[in-house]
Design a binder for this molecule. Sequence first.
Ligand SMILES: Cc1cc2nc3c(=O)[nH]c(=O)nc-3n(C[C@H](O)[C@H](O)[C@H](O)COP(=O)(O)OP(=O)(O)OC[C@H]3O[C@@H](n4cnc5c(N)ncnc54)[C@H](O)[C@@H]3O)c2cc1C
Length: 390
Amino acid sequence: MNFDVTIIGGGVVGSAIAYFLSSQTEKNMQIAVIEKDPSYQEGSTARSAGGIRQQFSTRENIQISKFAVEFLRSISSHLSVDGDPVDVNFEEKGYLFLARDSNIPILYNNHSIQKSEGVPVALLDQDDLARAYPWMNTSDLAGGSLGLEGEGWLDAYGLNQAFRKKAIAQGVSYLKDEAYNLETTGSKVTAVLLKEAGRIETSFVINAAGVQAATVAEWAGIDLAVRPKKRFVYSFSCRTEIERCPLTIDPSGVYFRPEGQQFITGCSPEASNDPDCLDFDVDYNWFEEHIWPILAHRVPAFEAIKMENAWAGHYAYNLLDQNAVLGPHSEIQNFFFANGFSGHGLQQAPAVGRAISELILNGSYQTINLERFSYQRMLDNKPVSEINVV
Ligand SMILES: Cc1cc2nc3c(=O)[nH]c(=O)nc-3n(C[C@H](O)[C@H](O)[C@H](O)COP(=O)(O)OP(=O)(O)OC[C@H]3O[C@@H](n4cnc5c(N)ncnc54)[C@H](O)[C@@H]3O)c2cc1C
C-alpha cells in the first residue's frame, strides 16, 4: 500500500487533520488514518469533559480557540455529508474562573491579554458574583472572569465522528489496524508497519496517537516527553435548581458544569500525585474526600447531591509545559507531531487540523503561526506555559 500521508490515530486530532488535508481537492492526496479502536471509547476524546474556552494567557491558544468557535458555530457548512446537518450540541454557556485575593493580579493580567485578542470576557468583583450567581458562596472570593460568548461545551465524541465521516466522504481511507513500527531511511520515515495490513509506504507520517504519542515517536528514534496521566470525571444530580450555571472553576481547581439535568465535575491532582497511568479504574474516594467538600463549600445546595456516574480518561500530558507539540521534527522532516494536548486537545482539534494541513500542503503556517509549539522547544527546554488562575 502507498499513501501520501499516513496519520497514526483517528481521534479528534487525527480526524481533523484528515478532514482539512482532504478538503484541498486540487492536491488529490492519498490519505490514510490508522485507528486501532473502532469503538473510539478508549482514546481521550470520548472521555473528555467537552469544554472549550478562550480564556488562556498564551496568544496562540486564544487564537486556536477563536478559530474552533467560528468552526463550531457553522459546523454543518464544513462537516455535513449529503446535506445532513451536523449537531455537536455546542452550548455557549461560558467559563467562569473564580479567584481569591492572591490570584487577582493573574486574573487581571490574563484579562488584558484576552481583551487585546478580542475575547469577549468580563471581570466580576465579589458583589457582581453574588448578584449574578445567588446560589454561590462568594465569602472567600475576590472576583472572577466570565467568558461572555464563544465558550462552553460540546459533544466530543460527536465532533470526532463528524470529522471522520466527512474525511471519509472526501476520500480518506480509515484502516482499522494497529501501527507497531516505522521504517526509516536516512533522515526520512519511509513506511508505517501495521499488524494486519502489513506495510504502508508513505511520504509523510503524522503522529496523532494521543497517549501513545511517545511510543510512536520512539519508533523513529525520537524522545517525546508526553505521558499518559489519568483524570476522573464524576456526574452528579442536585435537587435544587442552579440557574445560569457556567463551567465554573473554583480557586481550588475543582470545576463543575451542567450536563443535561445533571452536573459533571473533576479536578487535576497535584503534580506530585500524578503518576503515568493507562488503566481506567475510578477513584471514588477522590470525589467523596476531596471534590465534594469543595463543591459544597462553593455551592451550598451541593451539600445534598448524589453521585450518578464516573469515568476515567487520560491526558496526553506534555511534561514540559502541558501545551501541544506541533509540526515536523527538526531532522526527520516528514515526521509530524500533533501531540501533548494535555487538557485542551478537543478544542484545539479544528485549528490544529488546519495548521498541520497547511504545513503539509504549503510548507509553512498560513493562518495562525504556531511555531512556538514546535518540537524544537522541547529540546531547547523553552516551555510555553499557561499562567493559570488556579
Ligand atoms: C477527563 C478528560 C477531560 C478532558 N476535558 C477536555 C476539555 O474539557 N476540553 C478539551 O479541549 N480537552 C479536554 N480533554 C483533552 C482532550 O480529550 C484530548 O486532548 C483530545 O481528545 C486528544 O485527541 P487525540 O485525537 O489527540 O487523542 P485520542 O482521542 O486519544 O486519539 C488517539 C487515537 O490514536 C489511536 N492510536 C494510538 N496508538 C495507535 C496505534 N499504534 N495504531 C493505531 N491507532 C493508535 C487510539 O486508539 C486513539 O483512538 C480532556 C481529556 C480527559 C481525559
